[in-house]
Ligand binder design. Sequence first.
Ligand code: G1P
Length: 303
Amino acid sequence: MTVSSHYRVRKAVIPAAGFGTRMFPATKAVKKELFPIIDRDGRAKPIILAIVEEALSAGIEEVGIVVQKGDRAFFEDFFKTPPSPQLFQKLSVQNQDYSKYLQNVGQKVTILTQDVQEGFGHAVFCAREWTNREPFLLLLGDHIYLSDTANSCARQLLDIYSQVQHSVIGLRVTQAEVIHHYGCAAGVWREQDAILSVTQVYEKPDIEYARQHLSVEGMGDDLFLSMFGMYVLNPQIFDYLAEHISANFRERGEFQLTSCLDKLREFEGMAGYVVQGRCFDTGLPEVYRQTLIDFAISGGAIG
Ligand code: G1P
């Protein structure tokens, strides 16, 4: 393998196996990854499709979606089965074309399962065999990303990965008051306000901890760097996840990703990149509402 091919990322993993408790009772009827959004072409699509498109438009070739065992058939059907001839005939010409495009997208999707819901880190771990020790792009199953530049958010992150040549986590500037909702990173700027050499990754700090340990030089008062919900990870992450799982090391009852990210950082090095764009956590009612408005106006990454 040449150096350049080594830093080419071909696969993306999207965990979509949670319960969606914060969107109850809607999630009793529909998985949150399947909630609709409207793109700039006025097309209604499930959130998961917009995320897959974000990955494919960035040059990713194969996408693995981790779902609950009981949801497997549904996701398979959405991505793999064409509409019935009766439905297809009734579609507009544009939607017939889109349906064909969707079949093509579906060929690049593999549905993976998490048999028991043991947390975010565990869901990522379920993609271990499928990634086959390649680096991979990790996108959250309930996040929608909007770039401020001509390059999609995922493309930006992949470019930084090939530049710095180790794992990269997407970051965004976040106010102290809400920092306890997110994973955070601290570090030293390699490129001011853009690329960080990460010295610590910490999940959902309280404000005192953040002020004491997670301040980054040159940032405004009480501003911190939190996860953008997008990561490019080297396969060693699975070794740290495997360690936690075999030792039954749980945080808040589950196997978390963030503490393993911190190990990956410690032993392999890690960069943080302040993504030029926005991400929307559609797993929260208020943000979902806003996403419906903003995504339609600004458009999404269309493959
Ligand atoms: C997860 C991650 C957290 C991240 C957040 C939003 O938390 O563990 O580090 O900041 O997604 O991207 P969750 O919202 O699943 O509790």
